[in-house]
Design a binder for this molecule. Structure first.
Ligand code: FAD
Ligand code: AMP
Length: 456
């Protein structure tokens, strides 16, 4: 009998395993594919590695912007993927060592819960049975499909196809879905000089982000030659020789057709619970995702869920890890550590995007009295040194006491800067307290200090 069984070894699962083992618990961790899950093998890490290579390519081509006459710059698509694979493998090796050091029993294969009662859970994997007092489900998510004819054609791809292994070298790509995954993939391919079109169902790309940010990224992508159709209703995919064509209705209601070498479906992700429960086990699910209470308890006794598989969660790696730390603490009768309410979100375009807390529009909707300060990148030495498209940092504070309530950034290193602002909000800091801290010069962080100064 194990103290804790964990199904799925993505960021949620391996974090939970490490936290549990460090508390002296005996842990069994099931993984049907690769240690590191979606994030490490076909998500966060590969996208960012490929974005770095594509940025290096653009910078090499535009060397003259930095005083470097460059010519004969060659793209090596395979080498770019080889670099990505090297990074992924090195991180996975590190995880393997950590699990070994933690004495976590790693079981390769697809796990199924066959019984769950007040005393324990029985899990079958391969032809072996495992019993555990507590079970944590961390099975993550898989790409969501859309019900249109032609979706099954070869050449219709998911993010898994373009990120794993050697990737897909396509001269043209239609991306259905303009969320974070669609936009980051568009950025990679357009930077490599490929012809990219985004078809997005909503009125704008990056729908959950602040409107002004979405407009900025829309402008940036268009400037980088990405064609964007919003309010597009995709009807069908057809194949003509080795070309795929997508038929859709545009904003005006006109029927259109565009063709490319590949079609990427980036319409979101769906919780993975297929085959996870034997027929006699009835966990409460919502569109395949596990319904849980605030502590992560599922409807089954001693069964918990963390990460992308939990209903209503924000599907991000850092959220999965935060939930893992909290669930293990609850199981071990300790106080929770992580504040799960405050979630930074990032897009790794150039310039980068990051957001935390409320936006100006949300503040208005909620009738909150606020003050805002906006600082443009053109006034910041480090941003000008870095180069690239212009952007801004917007800070939102409560009108009465100056507490920081939110921040939206489109600037170099926005995804690093957002950490400081997240701490400021989590610690109820005021604009005056932020402004009182010396920020080193020249750094992009000075944008924060400058905006805070404007609010006092
Ligand atoms: P997963 O990482 O999906 O891991 C679940 C694991 O469970 C998988 O390894 C799977 O094989 C295994 N599994 C499933 N069922 C079983 C079973 N029955 N038995 C055994 N094993 C099983 N998030 C960010 O925070 N930042 C980013 O920059 C970012 N970029 C992304 C880019 C892309 C292209 C994608 C697709 C996602 C990205 N995400 C990003 C989201 C992030 O990858 C997920 O939120 C995160 O991986 C969720 O972690 P998880 O542990 O819940 O599940
Ligand atoms: P995300 O949820 O961030 O992964 O983004 C998924 C994106 O796909 C969102 O912007 C959705 O609006 C978009 N989307 C979902 N279904 C469709 C569809 N059928 N056609 C085009 N875009 C879609």
């Amino acid at each position: 009998m194990f103290d804790i069984a964990i199904i799925g070894a993505g960021p949620g699962g391996y974090t939970a395993a490490d936290e549990a083992a460090r508390r002296g618990k005996s842990v069994v961790l099931f993984e049907r594919n690769l240690l590191g899950g979606t994030c490490l093998n076909r998500g966060c890490v590969p996208t960012k590695a490929l974005l770095r290579s594509s940025k290096a390519y653009v910078e090499a081509i535009n060397g003259n912007e930095y005083g470097i006459a460059s010519s004969g710059v060659q793209l090596d698509f395979s080498a770019m993927h080889a670099r990505k694979t090297k990074i992924v493998t090195s991180l996975r090796d590190g995880l393997t060592k950590l699990m070994k050091k933690d004495k976590v029993k790693l079981v390769e294969g697809e796990a199924q819960i066959v019984s769950a009662n007040d005393a324990s859970c029985t899990i079958v994997c391969g032809n072996m049975e495992y019993e555990a007092r507590e079970t944590v489900i961390a099975t993550g998510s898989v790409p969501k499909s859309i019900p249109i004819p032609g979706i099954e054609l070869p050449g219709v791809l998911t993010s898994d196809d373009i990120l794993e292994g050697e990737g897909k070298d396509l001269s043209s790509l239609i991306i259905i879905g303009g969320g974070v995954i669609g936009v980051e993939c568009a950025e990679i391919y357009t930077a490599l000089g490929r012809q990219v079109t985004i078809l997005e169902a909503m009125e704008r790309i990056l729908p959950p982000f602040d409107k002004e940010i979405a407009q900025r990224i829309n402008m940036h992508l268009k400037k980088s030659n990405v064609k964007i159709e919003t309010a597009a209703r995709v009807a069908e995919i057809t194949q003509q020789d080795d070309i795929l064509c997508v038929r859709y209705c545009n904003k005006k209601g006109d029927e259109q057709q565009i063709c490319a070498r590949g079609v990427l479906i980036a319409t979101g992700r769906t919780a993975e619970t297929t085959g996870l429960f034997a027929n006699n086990i009835h966990a409460k699910l919502e569109r395949g995702a596990l319904v849980c209470d605030d502590d992560g308890r599922s409807s089954l006794p001693h069964v918990w869920a963390i990460g992308d598989v939990r209903a209503g969660t924000t599907q991000l790696a850092h959220v999965a890890m935060a939930q893992a730390r909290n669930v293990i603490r609850v199981i071990c009768h300790e106080e929770q550590l992580m504040n799960e309410q405050l979630i930074p979100s990032c897009v790794y375009t150039s310039p980068e995007v990051a957001s935390i807390g409320i936006t100006e529009a949300e503040a208005k909707e909620r009738g909150l009295l606020i003050r805002t300060a906006k600082v443009v990148t053109g006034s910041n030495a480090k941003c000008l040194i870095e180069g690239g498209d212009s952007g801004y940092l917007k800070l939102i504070a409560a009108k009465d006491n100056g507490r920081i309530l939110g921040a939206q950034l489109v600037c170099p290193r926005a995804t690093d800067l957002i950490g400081e602002l997240t701490v400021a909000i989590a610690q109820d800091m005021t604009a005056a307290q932020l402004a009182a801290v010396i920020h080193p010069h020249p750094t992009v962080n000075e944008l924060i200090a400058e905006a805070a100064l404007q609010l006092i």
